[in-house]
Design a protein around this ligand. Sequence first.
Ligand SMILES: [Fe+2]
Length: 550
Amino acid sequence: MIDAKQWREFLLSKESAEVKNDIESFAGLERIYDLPDMNGITEVSSSASCVHNRRSNQTGLNMNKDLNTMVTITQNEYNFLKYLRKLYAWLIYFPNHFNVREALLEAGFTDVQSDGFCKCCDSEHPTKPEQFHLALTSNPGEVIISYSTLSNPEPYGQCVTIEDDIDGLGNTFTGKVFCTNDTRTFTIGSGQPPLICRNYTGYFHHVKVTGLIPGKKYYYSANAYSNRYSFIAPYGTNSSHVTFGAIADIGTQGGKLTREALKKHKDEMEFLMVIGDQSYSDGCEAVFDKYMRDMEDIIAHVPYMIAAGNHEGPWNFTGIRNRFRMPLEESGAGPDALWYSFDQGPVHFVVLSFENYLDYEKGELYEETYAEPLYIFQDQVQWLEKDLEAFAKRRDQNPNLWLIVMAHRPIRCSLNVSDCSELAPQLSASLMPYLVKYKADLYTCGHVHTYERMDPTIPETGQVCSQCKAVNNVYHQPPYPVQVMNGYGGTVIEGHNIYTGPKPDWSAVRYNSSYYPYGGYAIVNVNLNTLNYTFYHTSGEVWDSFVIQK
Ligand SMILES: [Fe+2]
């Protein structure tokens, strides 16, 4: 087995002196050299340029023929390393190395144009729609259909045709057209770095479709160039159960395993929730485009609901504000809010944001956001109180309703990092009073790239109470919310978080993440009496499973 040091030396031997210096200055890149190890690459005795990888059963290329020890990597890994070489060449031109490095790695460079200008969609067919995705409101039979085009020449707005499979066999259809004037576009920066996204061009269309029969399958398309997709009309509140997927911290390239694994759950999920940090585009919209194309196979069929994470923060969340059309208006939040709520089945979902954006003087720099306690965001607090008050009244009438609160950042976790030790207590102090007062059942987040399930604790003391412990993984009417941090979606450049300290009393289950590639996701099923949470590793293994009982 080749070790990381050898790999690094090999790559360095291939680079020019100038680029070598650049590589040396990026300690974070060291982990890249661990790739062969992480994939369990086996030694081979052949010196042929193309050999067979015994472990993955894939054909791979011999990458280290200059070294004493032979190593085989897959074609994808070879491509990835090739991209890395290009990356080194790019890096020296960037003043803000960290974000660009990350974005380029996540993109695998595939959609990055050499002149740095980028366009969302097909230049040959500028009206060809792509990047289809759906979103929910709370209303039964209602869905938002969103997509992108390179140009927007339609004088009467953008329209989708909804087709109803009359005989249920795909033989006869009747169509109905829904149009929108909700078309958004944006420019970011002024032609300066980030070079890979100068003068970004793209239009984002959001069409609200109403009056469908919940649970019935429909087909849709946007225009003559459009692919055709299908979806199940949402139940909204008109159901006694809901099943959804939950991910966070999912990269473009890094999220591949999770993405592939989630496809197997397409028919099961009524929606997919991403609790912040999707694509790792970091303001490079070409990367976000690629992510959306990669995800389309899932999210053109299954509604995709988002929360804001720090990596969506650059340019003050311009990308996600335009790309997505969450039920802000429907839940009483302002048009620019990064928070909202919706109902599906017996669950009221509240999506919050701790992300604050620092507006830079010249508007040229772009950055991630930083987290602040909830009280910093007074608009959000006022909205939250109103939203939860209205929900509490509904739950007085129907005690079987559930409250699930989500935000990108953990409010408790036991990893030995400042996100857990310093920031989480501050965020918790600002949010927990609401979770307690309005009896939230579950708080779930991402951000830290591990998985951790946490027993409820008494807010005043931090102690686990007698009813706070699960018996055989079942929480019976816990007095405070169970917490799950699931930042396991997978990213190329970050990851490899290891729990080193002792496991606190309240930490029920926790898993380290590894270097790329890794991945995991949750499937959550809620009915009137129980909430079933299952965390899957992308191998298909169940890594955690628990139940909350009403
Ligand atoms: Fe994050």
